[in-house]
Design a binder for this molecule. Structure first.
Ligand code: NAD
Ligand code: TYD
Length: 356
């Protein structure tokens, strides 16, 4: 089996669902269930013996050691993190605890387990660390996109904590020989995205008749990738990535934020027109910029394409349409996230620590 950490979050849950749709290899899912962890994302796996959920912290070394010894995974995929830049600006502490200290402890636990494996299983074992393009810092408008050798110049507490974790992963390979792989991906979007991030926030606020907050001038550029394409890239890197290497993952799809907001508004005008006939874009409100806001990210994904043959399957047009349709089709999920009811749902649906 494989051990996935953070598998109740946005990307982790999409990954677990995709993995089990394509393979019968079981997943051990370790998640702390912070505000971002939502077992409703995995509701379709209830009763599926291939999914074993464990409520716990990647930094709990004793618990992780026991899990590894009991379940003997062939790989650890580390999605667990505090992931929201704005939250990191208000409270960096949790980011350092999970993204830095937690990753270090997980590396230590994985190393002890890996060293105890027999030769064949030791050769097969992988520690795959899921990271972000934000570690590379901000680009000028005409600068070339980030390659894997770009300097790490993180600018927010979030990206600094992720850059620190990337360094730790690198060091555990160089110093201890742990067979690691790192992926640095651009902004994801798709189903189960927590509505504190731009795209789901715009969809949810638009439908609720609320303002659509655009930071600063709205001309900050991000490279957007449909989450299922990120999942397929991770599967491919796990399968064929060269140990110790970094793979950038992106959609070749740079867009200014204001264009993203206009696209979402236009899709909603088409799919769920307002009863008063007005356009959703009239709800756009420019608000104060994020402190230290990175101006532009762009990923050069040619290495993963050249070496591993990976390319995104979705265009932005197809992916964003699927995403808006998913939010329109899942109002209960949105309502539970907004009311906090998903956390009660966890308590009523699951008791005890380990939940198949
Ligand atoms: P998310 O915030 O939606 O989910 C994070 C998950 O990790 C949650 O389920 C949470 O409960 C869990 N978690 C947090 N702290 C934990 C801990 N100490 N122990 C165990 N579980 C813990 O984040 P996401 O958007 O799904 O991102 C997943 C990973 O991908 C992160 O490492 C993030 O840095 C990286 N990433 C995200 C994006 C993006 O656009 N969202 C892009 C590139 C990389
Ligand atoms: P976000 O989804 O928080 O991802 P990240 O900061 O990790 O790239 O934000 C994406 C972009 O959208 C970023 O430039 C900040 C901007 N943004 C807004 O303009 N308004 C908002 O309400 C949010 C949440 C983000």
């Amino acid at each position: 089996m494989i051990l996935v950490t953070g598998g109740a979050g946005f990307i982790g849950a999409n990954f677990v669902l995709d993995w089990l749709a394509q393979s019968d290899e079981p997943v051990l899912n370790l998640d702390k269930l912070t505000y971002a962890g939502n077992l409703e994302n995995l509701a379709s796996l209830q009763g599926d013996a291939r999914h074993v959920f464990v409520h716990g912290d990647i930094g709990d070394a004793a618990m992780v050691a026991q899990l590894l010894a009991q379940h003997q995974p062939r790989a650890v995929l580390n999605f667990a993190a505090e992931s929201h830049v704005d939250r990191s600006i208000h409270g960096p502490e949790d980011f350092i605890q999970t993204n830095v200290v937690g990753t270090m402890r997980l590396l230590q636990s994985a190393r002890a387990y890996w060293q105890g494996l027999d030769e064949a299983r030791r050769a097969e074992f992988r520690f795959l660390h899921v990271s972000t393009d934000e570690v590379y810092g901000s680009l000028e408008p005409t600068e070339a996109a980030f390659t894997e050798t770009h300097k790490l110049e993180p600018n927010s507490p979030y990206s600094a904590s992720k850059a620190a974790s990337d360094h730790l992963v690198r060091a555990w390979h160089h110093t201890y020989g742990l067979p690691v792989l790192t992926t640095n991906c651009s902004n994801n979007y798709g189903p189960f995205h927590f509505p504190e991030k731009l795209i789901p926030l715009i969809i949810v606020n638009a439908l609720a008749g609320k303002p659509l907050p655009v930071y600063g001038d709205g001309l900050q550029v991000r490279d957007w990738l449909y989450v299922k394409d990120h999942c397929s890239a991770i599967r491919r890197v796990l399968e064929a990535g060269r140990v110790g290497e970094i793979y950038n993952v992106g959609g070749w799809n740079e867009k200014p934020n204001i264009e993203i907001v206009h696209t979402v508004c236009a899709l909603l005008d088409e799919l769920r027109p307002k009863s008063d006939g007005s356009r959703y874009q009239t709800q756009i409100t420019y608000v104060q910029d994020r402190p230290g806001h990175d101006r532009r990210y762009a990923i050069d994904a040619s290495k993963i394409e050249r070496e591993l043959g990976w390319k995104p399957a979705e265009t932005f047009e197809s992916g964003i349409r699927k995403t808006v349709q998913w939010y329109l089709a899942n109002p209960d999920w949105v309502a539970h996230v907004q009311s906090g009811a998903y956390r009660e749902w966890v308590q009523t649906q699951y008791s005890g620590n380990e939940t198949p």
